[in-house]
Design a protein around this ligand. Sequence first.
Ligand code: GDP
Length: 301
Amino acid sequence: LFPFLLHYLVTRSTSYSTLPAVLLLGPSGSGKTALTTLFERGPYLSSSESEKPSLQDAVPATHTSQTPQTIELSISTDDTSTTSYKTDLDALGAPHKKFLLIDTPGHAKLRNAALSRLIDSKYSLNPSTTSKSTTTDNNKLKAVIFLVDAAGLSEDTSGSDTSLASTASYLYDALLTLQKRATSAKGSKAPPSIPVLIAANKLDLFTALPAALVKSNLEAELGRIRAARSKGLLDSGVGVDDDLAGGGGDEESEWLGEYGSEKFSFKQLMEFDIEVDVIGGNIVGDGPGADKWWRWIAEKI
Ligand code: GDP
């Protein structure tokens, strides 16, 4: 009996540190805090009159701290196609799995810190500069959710964090970090792939673009950014002398997707084992809700 008891105690006490993690990225104002709170309160929203969470239920004051906020959640391992964040799995005694949702600040100045969480310490891109900032939980990072404001992309919100240009530039950096992570393990075993969900939020608003348009607009904008950055690198001569940017890459390693291709598409990232899905939803108001995102998580972790 003793070895079993010991095993139980050890796994119990270390369970927190070995949980799979989902990283939540996205510009400020896209709804990261609202989503974190919605998922956290999910099981308490299941009574019929609060089927649709109201603004007051779901949305707290946005958290302004500069450190990521991590919450522990339970998700069904039984039937991932019908599971909901509102199901109280503990009460049902249904089989479930715990995972961590890591919310990150979306402010432009803090994005690099958020992105450093994508870099697995074992496959560090630049050991001399990232070794201090990497944390052990990077090894269990299972998926990334990149939240976008589908209404912000359609309106002329130039200059705001949730505009198409600003959103796409953050997304470009996030995807390029994942691409570098995949290519950095030279010769040795590639790091486990991290799928990305682009969650097109605020579909309750009539100005919001449907998910298919969010996808094509982002692809077009990512293509423009790719061309502009590549031109910038060539003009500055970095492509010729890699060391100029302190080890930060040549033209090819800074290029997102299929090198030299004219149009960018998310499919090009499959070459680097990065799967990208775009799914619409909303956190407040009337619309498709957040269950499809929840099911995506259930499938990936
Ligand atoms: P964060 O900066 O990414 O953490 O964004 P917040 O969670 O603070 O949300 C920014 C604003 O968007 C808040 O005023 C939310 O009420 C609002 N918001 C979030 N999700 C939705 C949604 O699905 N629909 C609508 N209409 N507003 C939303």
